[in-house]
Design a binder for this molecule. Sequence first.
Ligand SMILES: [Mg+2]
Length: 390
Amino acid sequence: MQILTGFGASSQGKNRLSFSFQSQPSITSTYFSPIQSRLQRSSFGIAFDIDGVVLRGRHPIGGSSKALKRLYVDSTSCGTLKVPFLFLTNGGGTPESRRAIELSELLGVNVLPSQVVQGHSSFKSLLNSFENELIIATGKGEPALVMSEYGFKKVFSIDEYASFFENIDPVSQYKNWTSKQAFDLTSDSEKIMRRQSVLSKRVKAAFVVSDPVDWGRDIQVLCDVLRSGGLPGQENGNQVPLYFAADDFEYQAAFPFKRLGIGAFKIALESIFNRIHHRPLEFVSYGKPNPLVFKNVEAVLRQILSSHCDDHFVNKGDIEFNGFKTLYMIGDNPVVDIKGAREAGRPWFSVLTRTGVFRGEGNHIEFPADLVVNTVEEAVDYILESEHIS
Ligand SMILES: [Mg+2]
């Protein structure tokens, strides 16, 4: 991939920071007077990955808090933005509103719900197909709550769904963990009604919203649902549609070494399903690196721009008319973040950090980024310098 004119760093910035480029960018040394600078207001936005870029577990990394504060007009980092930015993560399991509160607390900046795009955010686009249909959702956190907040009216978590089928998990008595389930709050008569409704109706779609907790039980129940055409215990039928919020094989969490993600779960499910069903498993994966996700993010950044950005720093008129000149994707995973930005094409510019999945000295060989830096703070320094924002 060639770096296009307009993506160049100033020679000063390039010397100060140890950036690695896939190829040498065009370097301009034009001096901008204050008046010219106003006329050349930037038309760019930034998407930050979360795990391995701004956080490891619940701890900020790579100078993320300081870097993010530079994107706000106010030093308290709670008001208007200088630059439209959002978090683009394949993680999830909690509604965007709740994730925004959590990120605000951990990073010390005011993150809005509209600034959080998770793997499962794309499931909203399936509302027309399944709004009033029986669906099941699995994954850590509160997958059913996530889906019901998107507007799906008949969603069950796989925990609750499985509880209606006696002995569906033959080893459940050996699992000594307990899980708090929302349906525990419902009355007995309501529970009976819900159970009857589940036992007599077919599931129309299954969603893997976030990293599954109980892989064994989930694989068993999903195989039951998928191969029976939506009702466990029935003969083989047409496979029920299956959707994954993401496809990450591995990701960087709090443990020093990479952890298995949704993509690994998908391989396990697929492998087993294909042994017991006459047709191979069919599924759709959302999240990065799906280029559609990047298209959607562009639209979200436009909304953030018009509602929360200061005209002084960003050229709203130009963006509304011509679109963003540059959109920066800052990520730690070449296979997910960098591959996705590369496949999305212009105006995306990929920045790879060394704080998560990728730890190499140079660039990634298979999916090289436009720029490689050590930390997210270096990435933001580079971007603001390139875009003439102090
Ligand atoms: Mg990551």
